[in-house]
Every structure is written in C-alpha cells, then in structure tokens.
Design a protein around this ligand. Structure first.
Ligand code: CDP
Length: 253
C-alpha cells in the first residue's frame, strides 16, 4: 500500500468493471512455468507471471550449513528469497533486507509443512529464489517456482504448493494483483494452498477488508490456486514425459 493521498490514487477498476490491464476481477495474469532449466541444481524452475520473472533452484537433501541448525530426526528447509538490484524500477540495494528475510522465513515454513522431512534426518533442503523482474506477487511466484523445483529435485512432498495474492482494489475483491493494484489498492493478501486438503500454509495480509470480503477473497484465491496448480503439474509433465518415438530413438542411439 503506498503512502499517497486519495487524489493521487489512479482509477484501478473502470466503469466496465475491468482492471487497468483489461483483466476481469477474477482473472489471473498470463503464467508460464518451466521445470528444470538449470542443469547444476538438483531441481529448478522458472516462472514468468505477468511482468514477474522468477528463478528457483533447490539443492538437497544435503549437509546442514551452518552445522548448529542440524536437527536429529528430520530435514530442515532453508530458503533464500532475493530480489535482483535490477528487478525493480528504482534500483534495489543488493543483499538481504528485512523484507527478504521475512519472505524467506514464511516460504521456508510453508514448505516445511509439506515436505516429508522425517525421511532425511540431519539434512538441509535448500531453496533459492531469485526475482529477476518484479511486478507484485513475487513471493507467490517464488513459491510456485520453488514447488516445481522441489518436485524436479525429487523431494517427497504432500503436494505442490500453488500460491497467489488476492486483494481489494477500488472496492472490488480481485485475483492476482499487479504492481499498481498492490501499491494503490486497499488490501493485499498472499496465500499458498495445499490443493489436496484445502489447507492454507501461507496467509498474510496488508491493508483492510471486512470479514465477509475476506471470505470472498479466500474463495477467489483458492480457485486461482487450483488453476495455477494445473500449470505447475503440466510443467512437470512437459519435463518428464518422453514421447514414445523419441524414447525409442534415444534407446537405439
Ligand atoms: O512481491 P510481493 O507482492 O510478494 O511483495 P510486496 O512487498 O508486497 O511488494 C510488492 C511489489 O513492490 C514487488 O513485487 C515489487 O514490484 C515492488 N517492490 C519494489 O519496487 N521495491 C522493493 N524494494 C520492494 C518491492
């Protein structure tokens, strides 16, 4: 939410009910998910979501660094979310700031609740999220990328974690806020869903909405997450399904 006076707030929903980029209130930005673009990492994924571009890499299960964080009966999940200095309009100071620390922590906690950590005692599963271009919803794009990267690394999990931000913009409950909507809207509410159980493992909120608006926002977010989930699964299918003629040619070579 920006600190601007009411007179400076742009009109975010037009008289036709459409948003500044022409989307309906319940419409997602274009989303492309690619599994496995990095060869060095154990697992990786790239997500292009509206004007967001986010890369995730996963290493592990591997030895814990720093050593004192090691836990005897399970793996820990460590996450580093980072925004490149060139990812935003005004150059962001490189390195960890409080915002990235907070985002890294909530993302690690979300994954800790879905990874079968007991299977890998005394190890660390390391998740790196690099935001190359930002336009609001980068923590959600990071979770989507990291989920697919974890699956690509073969880490056993309850489920993938689709994630999206919902919010209140120009008095309307909207799905998947872009930058202007995040800055000038009334509320921003990122969430991450375990699709099989319907459990939310990340839910944050900035701004204000009424209890009934919150209910509608959560329903809209869950529907959005289910659509995102399909794209995540498709990205993994695209990476791992080999069409039969190609498999035969590879076997013969
Ligand atoms: O990115 P996300 O919505 O998860 O987090 P946010 O803290 O609500 O930030 C919203 C947006 O503000 C980011 O996606 C960036 O586009 C922008 N931002 C920025 O321009 N400079 C920063 N230092 C931090 C955020």
């Amino acid at each position: 939410m920006g600190n601007v006076g009411a007179s400076e707030v742009p009109q975010l929903i037009g008289p036709d009910g459409l948003r500044i980029d022409g989307r309906r209130v319940d419409e997602l930005r274009a989303l492309r998910v690619v599994a496995g673009p990095l060869k060095r990492a154990d697992g990786s994924a790239f997500v292009e979501w509206g004007a967001n571009k986010v890369m995730a890499a996963v290493y592990g299960p591997r030895e814990v660094h720093p050593r004192h964080l090691q836990v005897n009966d399970k793996a820990i999940v460590q996450c580093r979310y980072n925004m490149a200095a060139f990812s935003v309009d005004e150059r962001k100071r490189p390195g960890l700031d409080r915002r990235s620390q907070e985002i890294s922590k909530v993302i690690a906690e979300a994954f800790e609740s879905v990874v079968f950590a007991e299977e890998f005692p005394r190890t660390s599963i390391d998740v790196y999220i690099e935001v190359l271009q930002a336009n609001a919803g980068t923590r959600c794009a990071g979770i989507v990328a990291a989920s697919v990267a974890l699956a690509d690394a073969g880490i056993p999990m309850v489920d993938l974690l689709p994630s999206v931000a919902v919010g209140k913009v120009g008095g309307h409950i909207v799905l998947d806020l872009k930058k202007e909507e995040d800055n000038f809207g009334e509320a921003d509410l990122p969430m991450a869903l375990v699709p099989q159980s319907g459990r939310l493992v990340l839910l944050q909120m900035e701004g204000h909405m009424t209890a009934s608006e919150l209910g509608r926002a959560l329903d809209l977010g869950v529907t959005g997450c289910r659509a995102i989930y399909e794209k995540m699964k498709q990205a993994l299918r695209d990476r791992y399904s080999v069409d039969p003629p190609q498999a035969m040619a590879e076997a013969a070579a």
